[in-house]
Design a binder for this molecule. Structure first.
Ligand code: NAP
Length: 312
């Protein structure tokens, strides 16, 4: 589908894109750029890219598809660097978790004739780096594209076909709406996980070893989310401030209602709220976005990661 794909950033998402491109033979060649020598060497060793460049500008030369797979905080500096080297007619896209900020930082620098179409695969794990990727990461997950007004419909359709070939379902929406939806489905849940893990860590009357020993009571599942990459998540919260604060406000109100029900022994309210929440989980399983297995599908993701990381 593309002659030369340039992956700027070869971590979890960049390496998974490479595996998924190779699985279906969708790219003539794949090159990449990463900040550290260690990541570039690993990417070459795993066969994720044919060339690994220190300079993103060198990586994008002659590429008809450029995918930014770096933390949101470095978008501005990278795009300023690559802009003069982008090939006319190329598609420039990204995978960043916040779309308003991606457009704010990238769009002003995109040269005429280059199609900038932001994207966000709603798929991931708590692992990062080039060894974390696997070809099945995007299978049956959603990828949201947020084409700015005036985007070339043929370029949008081409990128849509690519994500479908990578295994995803594709939905188009406005950047602002994406950021609001993701604030409640992804960003606030991560904030809650980070917070509860830190609250437990700061307890004085319960020891650290007790927190770990008895973690299967529920805490364990929050620690998985809270082990996600701190740089990526710092950048998400700095760049989706309004939507996250809006959703946190609603969350706090609902939490206060639960607190009140506990204080006044209102079992009926608690039962009704918990029952409603259980229905949401059933809906997610029915939609194929998770399995009913008690490990929340982690075994499957782990097995796929182990399998693909051993491939050349
Ligand atoms: P990651 O595994 O930490 O990889 C980030 C990559 O970016 C690394 O290869 C890193 O190079 C490179 N990088 C960082 N700063 C750079 C710079 N200044 N110049 C060139 N390369 C640079 O991160 P990820 O999980 O793949 O996330 C990448 C993007 O995907 C983020 O924008 C995130 O919002 C989005 N996303 C993540 C998930 C998820 O679950 N993780 C899901 C959907 C979307 P080094 O290794 O050399 O530092």
């Amino acid at each position: 589908m593309f002659q030369r794909v340039a992956l700027i950033g070869i971590g979890l998402i960049g390496s998974s894109i490479s595996h998924a491109l190779r699985r279906r033979g969708l790219a003539g060649s794949i090159v990449g750029s990463a900040k550290s020598e260690a990541t570039r060497a690993t990417a070459l060793r795993l066969g994720l890219v044919e060339r690994a460049y220190a300079s993103p500008a060198d990586a994008v030369e002659g590429a008809d598809l450029v995918v930014l797979c770096v933390p949101l905080g470095v978008y501005g500096e990278i795009v300023r660097e690559i802009a003069p080297h982008l090939a006319p007619g190329a598609i420039l896209t990204d995978v960043g978790s916040v779309k308003g900020a991606a457009i704010r930082d990238v769009a002003p620098h995109v040269p005429p004739g280059v199609h900038f179409i932001p994207g966000h695969p709603i798929a991931g794990t708590e692992h990062s780096g080039p060894e974390a990727g696997f070809a099945e990461l995007f299978d049956n997950r959603w990828c949201v594209l947020t084409p700015p007004e005036g985007a070339d419909p043929r370029a949008v359709a081409r990128l849509q076909r690519l994500w479908q070939a990578l295994g995803s379902n594709v939905e188009l929406m406005g950047a602002e709406h994406h950021d609001l939806v993701l604030a409640i489905t992804s960003h606030v849940p991560h904030l809650i996980a980070y917070n509860i893990v830190n609250t437990a860590a700061h307890l004085e009357r319960v020891t650290d070893s007790e927190v770990i020993k008895f973690s299967a009571g529920g805490f364990r599942d929050f620690t998985r989310i809270a082990s996600s990459d701190p740089t990526m998540w710092r950048d998400v919260f700095l760049n989706n401030k309004e939507a996250v604060l809006e959703m946190l406000g609603r969350f706090s109100e609902d939490l206060t209602a639960l607190q009140r029900a506990i204080r006044y022994g209102d079992g009926r309210t608690l039962f009704e709220l918990f029952s409603a929440a259980r229905t949401v989980r059933r809906g997610i399983i029915q939609a194929g976005q998770d399995t009913a297995a008690p490990d929340f599908g982690r075994q499957q993701a782990k097995a796929s990661a182990a399998e693909s990381s051993t491939q050349p």
